[in-house]
Design a protein around this ligand. Structure first.
Ligand SMILES: [Mg+2]
Length: 290
């Protein structure tokens, strides 16, 4: 490496939120409905009274669902297997199954020495996402998770994923940390020599639909990565801007409708983002060996 130039990393990461980013629905609501619970009544009668008392939203949701499950007789409780079945049944947004190969092709056209990796960071229960037909495309998926008893029934919340917590995993990706055991290392990000990173954050693209993604948008802006926002196909980009009250530090490069079909605005945004990073890598490759 020439000390005067940036080190070269031949790797790009695309990180997705899950609910309303890759699927049209909120997976927790689908899980509730599948378990015979009305999501609106659950929110109004079960979780809101707790959050009003200061409970964390994710803990309240998990606690109330575990209670509801335990009140049922054995054999009718919520199990790991039932959660997996919900994942298998989830609807995906248009073009999502083909998107991974389209982006791989896009990178290969630029430079076959550049790798592309996909990651998922969800505020929902990750085991639902892990059972979808697209799960094998992701190098790693993180989210809230249940703990199960010996009968496979949910009995506690094991991990939670708050909005700011999501940013921790961007640093995991950048530093190549696979395991939660090393979690204290994330605080060293700025002190880590730039040639010790696995993927610099300026080669990371983050795609998300809402409030829970704003801290990740901020981190990527700070580190010159690319943040892309998604809005529902039947709403308008202006509404998103208003709804999310985006601050200057949280701005994103584009807001596109939730549709990954070939030639859609979102797919074009993703392809252009990938091409831009590939060109940045190729430019830096020119300085190698000097
Ligand atoms: Mg979402």
């Amino acid at each position: 490496m020439n000390r005067a130039t940036h080190p070269v990393y031949n790797r790009i990461a695309i990180v997705f939120d899950f609910d309303e980013t890759l699927i049209p629905d909120d997976s927790f609501q689908v899980l509730l409905a599948d378990f015979g619970i009305d999501p609106k009544i659950f929110k109004h009668e079960k979780t809101e009274p707790l959050t009003e008392k200061g409970w964390d939203k994710y803990l309240a949701k998990a606690y109330r669902l575990i209670q509801a499950s335990q009140q049922r007789e054995k054999g009718k409780r919520l199990t790991k297997q039932k959660i997996a079945e919900v994942g298998k049944k989830l609807r995906l947004l248009a073009g999502v199954p083909e998107m991974f190969d389209r982006l791989r092709d896009c990178v290969a056209k630029e430079d076959t020495s550049i790798e592309i990796e996909f990651y998922l960071i969800t505020g929902g229960f990750v085991e639902i996402a892990q059972n979808t037909s697209i799960a094998h495309h992701f190098k790693k998926m993180w989210g809230c998770a249940f703990s199960y008893n010996e009968a496979g029934e949910i009995d506690f919340i094991k991990t939670q994923m708050t909005h700011t917590e999501k940013t921790r995993y961007l640093f995991y990706i950048s530093k190549g940390i696979d395991s939660d055991i090393n979690k204290d290392l994330i605080y060293n990000y700025r002190d880590l020599p730039v040639n010790k990173l696995r993927i610099p954050l300026n080669q990371v693209i983050y795609v998300g639909d809402g409030t829970s993604d704003i801290p990740c948008f901020s981190v990527l802006n700070e580190h010159h990565g690319i943040a892309i926002g998604i809005h529902k196909e039947d709403s308008h980009a202006k509404e998103w801007e208003h709804r999310e009250k985006i601050a200057a530090s949280q701005r994103i490069v584009n807001i596109a409708p939730a549709n990954y079909s070939e030639n859609s605005e979102l797919m074009r945004s993703l392809s252009l983002s990938v091409e831009r990073i590939c060109k940045q890598i190729k430019l830096r490759q020119l300085s190698q060996g000097e």
